[in-house]
Design a protein around this ligand. Structure first.
Ligand code: SAM
Length: 213
C-alpha cells in the first residue's frame, strides 16, 4: 500500500541532501502510514510532521532521515532514542539493523506504540519514563537520538554515550532549535556541530523543560 507515495517521498528526501542509502532504503521499507492516526493518514507520505494525539507529532520524514544519517548508523550498533512517540523513528532505526532502546514520557503513547510494535513484530526495547535521565542499565550507547527539543544537552545522556559515539539532539528555545551533533571524543571531551532551523515539541523532564505550558 502507498508504494508510489513512499517512493516519491524518498526521492524528495534525497533531493534535500540525504545520501545514506541504508537510511533511504529503510525509510522506503517502513510503512509510515501504519504509525499515523486514521484522521491524518492521507498525509502519511507528505514531508511534514503530523499530529499523533496528546499534543505530540510524528516528526517530518526529512528530519527522521537527517537524524538517522547523522548517527552514522552501522548494523548492530546500540542506539537510545528519547521520545518514542508514534514509534516511526525507532522502526526506521530497527530496519537499518540497529539495536534500539527508546523511552517515552507519555504513558498513552508508550502503551499504544508498545502494542503496535507487538503487532508488527518490531524488535525494540520500549520504556515509559523521563528520557532526559537516559537508560543507564544498557549504557554506553553508540548513538543517542533525542526527538524533542530541550534547553541544553542533557548531562546524564552525555555520560551514557560511548567514546566515539554520537548524540543527535535539538537544543534551543521552545519554538525553534538547532540540531546538535555531539561526538564523545574521550572521557571528558565532546565535539559539537550545529545545524540551525529545526522545530520540535518540547523535551519535558529533569534535564529538559520543567513543565508543559
Ligand atoms: N520519535 C517520535 C516519532 O517517530 O514519532 C517523535 C515524537 S515527538 C516529535 C517527541 C516525543 O517526545 C513525544 O512523544 C513526547 O511525549 C516525547 N518526550 C518529551 N519529553 C520526553 C522525555 N523527557 N522523555 C521521553 N519522552 C519525551
Amino acid at each position: 500500500m502507498f508504494e508510489y507515495e513512499r517512493n516519491k517521498l524518498i526521492e524528495t528526501i534525497r533531493k534535500k541532501g540525504i545520501k545514506n542509502e541504508s537510511v533511504l532504503e529503510a525509510m522506503n521499507r517502513v510503512e509510515r502510514h501504519l504509525f499515523v492516526p486514521d484522521a491524518v493518514k492521507s498525509h502519511s507520505y507528505d514531508d511534514v510532521a503530523v499530529p499523533i494525539g496528546f499534543s505530540q507529532t510524528i516528526s517530518q520524514p526529512y528530519t527522521v532521515a537527517f537524524m538517522s544519517e547523522a548517527l552514522e548508523p552501522e548494523k548492530g550498533k546500540k542506539i537510545l532514542e528519547i521520545g518514542t512517540g508514534s514509534g516511526y523513528q525507532a522502526a526506521v532505526l530497527v530496519e537499518i539493523g540497529l539495536k534500539v532502546f527508546s523511552i517515552e514520557r507519555n504513558f498513552n503513547l508508550y502503551s499504544r506504540t508498545q502494542d503496535l510494535f507487538d503487532k508488527l513484530k518490531i524488535r525494540a526495547a520500549l520504556r515509559y519514563g523521563d528520557g532526559t535521565l537516559g537508560w543507564a542499565e544498557f549504557s554506553p550507547y553508540d548513538g543517542i537520538l533525542v526527538t524533542a527539543g530541550g534547553p541544553e544537552i542533557p548531562g546524564k545522556l552525555k555520560k551514557q554515550l560511548a567514546i566515539g559515539g554520537k548524540m543527535i539532539v535539538p537544543v534551543g528555545n521552545r519554538a525553534k532549535q538547532s540540531m546538535l551533533t555531539v561526538t564523545r571524543l574521550d572521557e571528558t571531551t565532546y565535539d559539537v556541530k550545529e545545524t540551525p532551523n529545526f522545530a520540535f515539541v518540547p523535551l519535558i523532564g529533569k534535564e529538559g523543560w520543567k513543565e508543559n505550558r
